[in-house]
Design a protein around this ligand. Structure first.
Ligand code: DQA
Length: 157
């Protein structure tokens, strides 16, 4: 099972960027923690970051047929990007939106997510741990789907 983990703009600054809001973990720390969790779950991850909206859109599009699910922190594009929303809807893979901070408890412009409606769920406010929780959620969902499919196949026979 392969999961693509996508990070949006300014997330390379984690660790020194507003640590009271985003915590002290760097993006490299988050990647290392996720790789550990993925191997524990028997999953493979690909970790990607870009500050550029079009690059993120392209990477999501390329996931079709190459990954089983997506963990996405769209960062500021969460609140602005119809292109990212369309990419998630187009690729048709289960996508879990992650935010380190609790966006619902922050400025009003952060309360609206254009991407959340095309995701299977959102995890916000748990810091770096949110990525791990997103991976777990996808593992359960995809595992359950695989079981359901094989049960359906079995019933047809
Ligand atoms: C963020 C929340 C966004 O509102 C913000 O623009 C970010 C980070 C988070 O992880 O809490 O860059 O996605």
């Amino acid at each position: 099972m392969k999961i693509l983990v996508i990070n949006g703009p300014n997330l390379t600054l984690l660790g020194r960027r507003e640590p009271t809001v985003y915590g002290r973990a760097t993006l490299a720390d988050i990647e290392a923690m996720l790789r550990l969790e993925a191997s524990r779950l028997g999953m493979e991850i690909e970790f990607y970051q870009s500050d550029i909206e079009g690059e993120l859109v392209r990477r999501i599009g390329e996931a079709a047929g190459a990954a089983d699910g997506i963990v996405l922190n769209p960062a500021a594009y969460t609140h602005t990007s119809i292109a990212l929303r369309d990419a998630i809807a187009a690729v048709g893979l289960p996508c879990v939106e992650v935010h380190l901070s609790n966006t619902a408890a922050r400025e009003p412009f952060r309360r609206r997510s254009l991407t959340a409606p095309v995701c299977v769920g959102v995890i916000a406010g748990f810091g770096a741990d949110g990525y791990r929780l997103a991976l777990l959620a996808l593992a359960q969902r995809l595992g359950a789907n695989a079981k359901e499919k094989s049960a359906r196949k079995g019933a047809k026979r």
